[in-house]
Structure formats: C-alpha cells, structure tokens
Design a binder for this molecule. Structure first.
Ligand code: FAD
Length: 512
C-alpha cells in the first residue's frame, strides 16, 4: 500500500489519505466505510452545494397557503423493498430509520389512453406479463449455458411478444421496459437486463414505494453522513469542481477548476458514467485501454420527469398512473403520474409526465413553453370531454445537459460481458471507481451506488488497516481483464461462414 503520509512532498496541495470524488450515495457510503474502520483522514470533494448527487429535490408550485411543494428531480422510488425474513434493500432500511415518507406504487391503479381519449387496453399489460415468464426463463438459459447475449428485443420476439405497429402495444412495452431502464428493448442486453431485474425485484420484492417527503428523499443520506461528519466538517468540500486526476502507484493528485489541489494516497472516483464519458475530467496518464473500453461500452440513459401544476385535478384523483399511446411516436409522453392522489400530495393538482432516451434528449433541449404546448396537446387528446385549463406551474430538470451527471443512470447494451463491466469497476493503480454504474447487480439504482461505495471504501480501508471487512472478494485491487476476446477466431472468417474474402482484403494491394 502506498504510504502517502510518509512520502516527501513539497507541493502546496492539501494532503489526505483518501480523496473521495463526489458526494452522492456512493461517495458518502465510501466515507462511512472508511470511518467504520477508523480511517478518518479523507476528503469528500463535491461539485454541488449539497450532498446527495442524483438523489435531489426542489421546490415546486404552491400549496393553498402559498408554500411550495417539494418534488424529487432524480431518484424517487425505493425499488424492491424486501420481505419478512429475506434480504432487505438497504435504502428501504434507511427509509425506515429516517422516517422517509413514501407510498406504495400500485401499478394496477392505471387508466389507458390513446389519441381519441380513454381506451381500455389494460388486458395487453396482462398479456405482456405472460410473455415475460417465457422471456426471463430464456435469459436464464442463455446465461447458464454461456450462450451469446442478444437484445431484449430479440428475447421478446422469441418469447412471442411482437407489438408490431400497434401503438397501444408499444405503449405497454414502453411501460414494462423502457420506463425502468431508460433504453429501448433494441438497446438493452437480454442477459443483464433480466439479471438486474431479478436481483432487485425477486431478491428483495416487487414492491416500489414512491418517496414524497418535504425534507427530500436524500434526508436519509444526510442522516448517515451526520454519523461521521460534524456540522461544517472541513473534510467535506462543497462547490468544488474536479478537473484533473493524476494517478500513479504512489498516489493521486486531484486538481480543481480554481487551481487548488489535493494529494492523496488513494482516490475513489464516484462520478457518473455520463461524466466519465464526456471528458469533464482529464486523467493523467490517460486511462488504460481496458478501462477506456468499458467506459465507452456501457450506456448512460436519461429519464426526465416533467411536473405540471393546475388549479384543479381534472384527472381521476383516485388513480396513480395514466398511460398514453401516441398514434405516431413510441415513447411520446407515455406515462403520467398523479401526485394529487391520496398518499402523495393530495389536493396539490400536480401531475408529471415521464420520458426517456431520445425523447428526453429532444425535450431537455427545448424550452419550457415548447414542452408545455406539447404536453397540453397530449392531455387534451387524453381528456377530450374536459376543458383543461393552462397549468399554473411547470418544471423539469435537464439531466442530459447537467455537467455533474450527463444523464440519469446506466444501462447495459446487448452483447457485452461481465468481464467488460468488471473493468468499469476495477481500480487503476491507486485510483478506485464506484457508483451506480459500477454495480453489476443493481446498476441504475440507489442501492447499487450504496453497495459499490461501501465496497470501494472497505477495499481501501483493508489496505490501510490490514483488516479486510470485504470478506467475499477481498481488499485492494479489483479483478480486471486486459483482453476481452470475441467469439469468432480469425481462421473462422472463411467461406463456410459466408466470408470467403478476407475482411482485410484491399483491391490492388499485394497483401490481403
Ligand atoms: C431522474 C432519475 C430518476 C431515478 N430514479 C431512481 C429511483 O426511483 N430509484 C433508484 O433506486 N434510483 C433511481 N435513480 C438512480 C439513482 O439516483 C442513482 O443510482 C444514484 O443516485 C447514483 O449515486 P452515485 O453516488 O453513484 O452517483 P451521483 O449521485 O451522480 O454522485 C456523484 C457525485 O459526483 C459529483 N460530481 C460529478 N462531477 C464532478 C466534478 N467534476 N467535480 C466534483 N464533483 C463532481 C456529483 O455532483 C455527484 O454528487 C434515478 C436517477 C435519476 C437521475
């Protein structure tokens, strides 16, 4: 282990043993793991003015007394709670400990619409569920037999689900797939899409509870942080933007946009995959090819909630979800969620629409007025017999443009491997990585960030204290793979496989 504290250093950089880059769930959990092993010499460096990262809230609209409501712009659900006697999602454990107010999302509380208004196609939701049974078994078979991965689209097709151009079936499919992963079935890995689903919803439970708490969802994380950080703790550097990370086997130097710097024996980078993919931070030396390939391979999705407040609740106040099938465009403002319903913010007259992927990019790039006009057109199609007033407030985040996130959460493309993902997790010398995206089990979820932050903290604490708490996979270096092989060897590029001409053939060249 590098013994930073004994190293000679003449630089004026602030010195610490562990620099934790980012104060989201993974960063705070990493710091907690270090503290739990009495490693108190760390610094948390955070871009924003508060901790929480992608679990963030804001004020919106007004209640009858003129006070704003609090809405969650990022993470909103505790997903997969746990059952009596079984393992429990740690976020659910914290939600209970800190009395985070939340309500069960009842996915059967749904009304379905198309461009003509209310049309009941909920039977298609049940139909999709039947295909899902076959679909997930197929994925399990592919995994256990080590067969080639394919897309979720291919998996759905082979299970018999073919929505074709039926836009209501497309809306159902969006509700069942894209809404969770923020990518289409074509863009998602069959094996790892199903693995991720199983590990959260079958290991814990299929329940999702939506958080609506005036203190914000991240109140629990602040509670956790307060167990090892004092008020105004000088180890938490807020409003501090990292621009360069220089690493070696001796330690890491982190430089900020104001020119200040921190030298550490180790660093844990918890920046999102979107941040890593957008060259916000320069790594010196450049990250090795195996690391860079993994950063390039995995996807950063975008999930956008668009909140509207009206002066009345013109939709059914007893229904939680409203599904809309656009006649022309799959994923065009498909899911609407009422917050005006009992258990959420009753009487608030707030409803929000969710879009993901390409629609998110499109909508996040346009102004509120343009989006409001599109939303109102959809609502007027859904409720043709009601005179819908104009909204009194609109708000939505631009996740795809946020320089500290560049997207919402990660997803696995078809055809990748666990080894490739392991390279996303693995450390490069003294520089470690953690976050939602480094979790192969729970990518995209708060609990994924929590487990990964804890593991990175424990691995480093194990090096420093010589006592390894991470019993299953050890401390110090993560496993990584220098080479990721494909499935077809060069000699198999031949006529029998439909390629009699060498893929390297160049006309008029002496060499093939
Ligand atoms: C819209 C949306 C909806 C979601 N819904 C759910 C949900 O319902 N349930 C669920 O379980 N999960 C949900 N998630 C996912 C969940 O929010 C994430 O998995 C989790 O918050 C990620 O935590 P993290 O610590 O890995 O990353 P982050 O929260 O991104 O933390 C990284 C930190 O690094 C900081 N940072 C970035 N760049 C720099 C820099 N250059 N210098 C200094 N600091 C920097 C950031 O400000 C951030 O605080 C949702 C996410 C979004 C965006």
């Amino acid at each position: 282990a590098p013994s930073f504290r004994t190293r000679e250093s003449n630089s004026t950089c602030r010195k610490t043993t562990v620099a934790i880059l980012g104060g989201g769930v993974a960063g705070i959990t990493a710091a907690q793991a270090l503290s739990n092993q009495s490693v108190s010499d760390f610094l948390i460096i955070e871009y924003n003015g508060d901790i929480g990262g992608r679990m963030t809230h804001t004020n919106f609209g007004e209640d009858p007394d003129g006070n704003p409501y609090v809405i969650e712009l990022g993470a909103n659900w505790i997903q997969g709670l746990g059952v009596e006697g079984g393992p429990e999602n740690p976020i659910w454990t914290f939600a209970k400990e800190y009395n985070i107010s939340n309500t069960y999302s009842d996915y059967s509380s749904i009304l379905t619409y198309n461009e003509t208004g209310y049309v009941n196609y909920t039977d298609m939701l049940d139909e999709f569920d039947e295909y899902w049974g076959v679909f997930e078994q197929d994925a399990g078979y592919i995994l256990s037999e080590n067969l080639q991965d394919r897309s979720v689209r291919a998996g759905l097709y082979q299970s018999g689900w073919k929505p074709k151009k039926d836009m209501m079936a497309q809306a159902v499919e969006w509700w069942m797939w894209d809404w969770e992963t923020s990518y289409s079935p074509e863009e998602s890995s069959f094996i790892f899409g199903i693995t991720g689903y199983n590990l959260t919803f079958y290991q814990y439970s299929e329940e999702n509870n939506l958080v609506v708490d005036p203190r914000g969802f991240n109140y629990w994380l602040k509670g956790v942080a307060s167990t090892f950080l004092k008020p105004n703790d000088t180890r938490l550097l807020l409003n501090t933007i990292v621009t360069d990370v220089a690493y070696s086997s001796d330690g890491v130097t982190v430089t900020m946009d104001d020119g200040s710097c921190v030298e550490a024996a180790y660093a844990i980078c918890t920046f999102s995959l979107g941040v890593l993919q957008n060259d916000v931070v320069t790594f010196e030396p450049e990250l090795p090819d195996w690391k860079d390939t993994s950063i390039a391979t995995f996807q950063m999705g975008t999930y956008t909630k668009i909140f509207l407040q009206f002066n009345e609740t013109f939709w059914d106040p007893d229904t939680q979800f409203f599904l809309y099938a656009s006649p022309t465009s799959r994923g065009y403002y498909p899911v609407w969620q009422s917050l005006s319903t009992e258990g959420f913010l009753p009487g608030s007259n707030i409803i929000f629409a969710t879009v993901v992927g390409r629609e998110s990019y499109r909508i996040e790039a346009q102004d509120d007025e343009t989006t409001e006009a599109e939303l109102m057109e959809v609502l007027r199609e859904m409720f043709p017999n009601i005179t819908i007033p104009d909204p009194i407030a609109i708000k939505y985040p631009r996740w795809s443009l946020e320089p500290w996130a560049y997207g919402s959460y990660s997803n696995w493309p078809p055809g990748t491997t666990l080894e490739n993902h392991q390279n996303l997790r693995a450390n490069v010398e003294t520089l470690y990585f953690a976050g939602e995206h480094t979790s192969s089990q729970y990518f995209g979820f708060l609990h994924g960030a929590w487990f990964e932050g804890r593991e990175a903290g424990e691995r480093i604490a194990g090096l420093i204290t010589s006592e390894c708490m991470n019993v299953e996979s050890g401390c110090g270096n993560y496993t990584s793979y220098d080479v990721l092989h494909g499935t077809t060897t060069l000699d198999e590029y031949n006529a029998f496989n439909g390629m009699p001409i060498s893929p390297f053939y160049v006309a008029d060249s002496e060499d093939e």
